[in-house]
Design a protein around this ligand. Structure first.
Ligand code: ADP
Ligand code: MG
Length: 250
């Protein structure tokens, strides 16, 4: 099956059942490179299940998922190789408490990519620097705020140089004053050209940063709204033309 033109992520007819209960009921979504897709919707509507299907933490019941043209669900597809291309950040940071920030990021590089210790450490330090934590590399999770811990988790994901990043309510566990630092890192990632699918309730961030906002309800996407002016509009050369990405006037 061929991917829709330009799609780095191409989901068609995605379904997922748990026993008799069908949680995803036919989701279609094509995401272009460098797009930031925002997903909102009530609790229990299937948002987390959808993200988890995108790297096969859940096994879809039906449908297809193409990542950069590769069929994620094909039995011959190397799922571990594909997972390296898809970074995931969860609400709970899932850091090892007995390892420093640097240790947590380094471990992923050594285990997943088989890097040597010294190579892994230099990549990890660069990733921590990108998330504003260079000075916290030697700190343990319990010495870090929730926002800093989530930024370590983001560093751990981006150190592996994924093509797509999935965020599942990355700021929901944070005290309000710590949310901004995590959103700022996500904003930076977007500016650097990362393709992102973000489940979040941060509507201001959605308005400012998302190219499209999807509303999920009861296992289907019921609404796909485009922002009036997406940030790609900044890339157009002249006012009065239309945005190359969303065709909205600039
Ligand atoms: P959301 O992230 O939008 O809150 P979820 O994807 O977590 O929704 O859950 C959607 C529905 O699927 C819920 O009814 C939830 O109880 C159910 N569900 C999620 N994971 C499982 C599972 N592993 N086994 C059975 N039911 C599940
Ligand atoms: Mg959820």
């Amino acid at each position: 099956m061929s991917a829709r033109r330009n799609a780095i992520l191409d989901v068609r007819g995605l379904r997922k059942s748990f026993g008799a209960s069908e949680v995803l009921r036919g989701i279609d979504l094509a995401v272009e490179p460098q797009e930031l897709i925002f997903v909102i919707g009530p609790s229990g509507s299937g948002k987390s299940t959808f993200l988890r299907c995108l790297n096969r933490l859940e096994e879809p019941s039906d449908g297809s998922i193409l990542i950069d043209g590769v069929d994620l669900l094909h039995p011959k597809t190397d799922i571990n190789a594909m997972r390296r291309r898809i970074g995931m950040v969860f609400q709970a940071f899932n850091l090892y408490p007995h390892m420093t920030a640097l240790g947590n990021v380094t471990l992923a590089l050594r285990k997943v990519l088989g890097r040597s210790r010294s190579e892994a450490e230099s990549i990890a330090l660069a990733a921590l620097e990108r998330t504003g934590l260079a000075d916290k590399a030697r700190a343990y999770p319990n010495e870090l705020s929730g926002g800093q811990q989530q930024r370590v988790a983001i560093a751990r994901a981006i150190a592996l140089e994924p093509q797509i990043m999935l965020f599942d309510e990355p700021t929901s566990a944070l005290d309000p004053e710590l949310v901004g630092s995590v959103l700022a890192v996500m904003r930076d990632l977007q500016a650097s050209g990362m393709t992102m699918v973000v489940v979040s309730h941060e509507m201001r961030f959605a308005r400012d940063a998302a190219h499209r906002v999807l509303f999920m309800d009861d296992g289907v996407i019921v609404e796909a709204g485009r922002r009036r002016r997406c940030s790609a509009a900044r890339n157009t050369s002249a006012r009065g033309t239309s945005c190359r990405r969303c065709s909205e006037p600039t």
